[in-house]
Design a protein around this ligand. Structure first.
Ligand SMILES: O=C(O)C(=O)C[C@]1(C(=O)O)C=C[C@@H](O)C=C1
Length: 355
């Protein structure tokens, strides 16, 4: 056995022992996080970290290894904290906006019996998922009435998160009021202008005063807080339940098909699925996009949608966001992506899911 082989044999042996110790350490960390959860303590304990580092450094006899060992300890503590955060946030779902609004309702339908945390903006949801402050985020992607939520494509491009599922929420509108109210006692109706316009046929000729509100959930909340039988809100049945309102008239929306499609985002890619999405930028040359589309089609992929978006901060440059039917892990997909790399730049896989 030469020197290299000998050293590697020794390393293999040491790594085996370290792996066993690593597992034991992580099991101890699980007990720590269990205790912290029950006692509402934060993951980070800086004084414990300082104490641990000082003590462990003293075990190093040869001072030329000190700096490397210090960096090793820092990494180990990061791994430990990341793992603890994953455990703590295992049940937390992030959504944007108001409690009781459609993103909240979609979150409760996709993930039953979880904790739901509201964030002010879509970007905040992406940040929370990327930093593992939560396990998943639920984001509206397109609406059968109002079309795509374009900003979401930009965020998918920017953040290291993946789509792992989609969910179609059928939106119903209902006239909601306090106990004792009826369609006859109502004088003022509060709701988001879109919900009002979807219910215009129902509202016609009733003489209600229409009061636009920032969103349907806030309108329902407001009505629930007033002790009056002449105020109503237009919102979904789930919102009525959340705020303890009665359904005075159900399904008052005119169009039968008002569906919002949500995506579920996660820090980890889930490679299995019947569909996947990706982004790419074509070279600024005549026919470049057609070439890319033809290539994708030549591999037999059904392109369910394609949209172009301006690249933020790069005037007159565009990227394309496509949804394809197919398995991300298949040989065919891998081959297609390899060929696509020759004609496109910045290809990014956005995730895969089963429709
Ligand atoms: O002892 C703790 O409080 C832990 O959470 C464990 C641990 C570690 O891995 O050693 C991790 C994070 C803390 O900041 C300190 C130490």
């Amino acid at each position: 056995m030469n020197k290299l082989e000998n050293a590697r044999k020794q390393i293999n042996h040491i790594d085996k022992e370290m792996a066993e110790l690593f597992e034991k350490r992580m099991q101890a960390v699980e007990d720590v996080v269990d205790y912290k959860l029950s006692n509402q303590m934060p993951v980070l304990d800086s004084s414990r970290e300082r104490e641990l580092i000082d003590k462990n450094l003293k075990y190093i006899n040869d001072c030329k290894y000190r700096d490397s060992y210090l960096s090793f300890l820092h990494h180990m503590l990061e791994v430990s904290k990341d793992y603890q955060k994953q455990i703590i946030n295992r049940d937390v779902i992030a959504y944007q906006g108001t409690y009781g609004a459609f993103s909240y309702i979609a979150s409760t339908k996709i993930f039953e019996n979880h904790k739901y945390r509201s964030y002010p903006t879509f970007e905040d949801v992406f940040k929370a998922v990327e930093s593992q402050e939560v396990s998943y985020g639920v984001i509206p992607f397109e609406n059968s009435f109002t079309g795509e939520v374009g900003e979401v494509s930009d965020l998918l491009r920017e953040y290291n998160v993946y789509i792992i599922d989609t969910y179609d929420l059928k939106v119903d509108q209902n006239l909601l009021g306090k106990k004792g109210a009826s369609a006859q006692t109502i004088k003022k109706v509060y709701s988001h202008p879109q919900a009002i316009s979807q219910s215009s046929q129902f509202l016609k000729g009733r003489g209600y005063e229409i009061m636009p509100y920032p969103n349907t959930a806030l309108a329902a909340k407001f009505v629930s807080e007033q002790d009056r039988d002449d105020l109503a809100a237009i919102a979904s049945k789930e919102t009525a339940e959340l705020f303890g309102l009665e359904i005075l008239e159900s399904n008052i929306h005119t169009s039968g098909d008002n569906t919002t499609r949500f995506i579920v985002i996660s820090k980890q890619l889930k490679p299995q699925g019947t569909n996947f999405q990706m982004l790419f930028t074509t070279k600024n040359e005549t026919g470049a996009l057609a070439e890319a589309i033809n290539l994708i089609a030549s591999y037999g992929f059904n392109m369910e949608s394609i949209k172009s978006r301006a690249i933020p901060n790069e005037p007159w440059s565009y990227y394309f966001h496509v949804e394809l039917e197919g398995e991300l892990e298949s040989k065919q997909t891998k081959e297609m992506l390899k060929k696509l790399e020759d004609i496109c730049t910045d290809i990014k896989i956005l995730g895969s899911y089963t429709k």
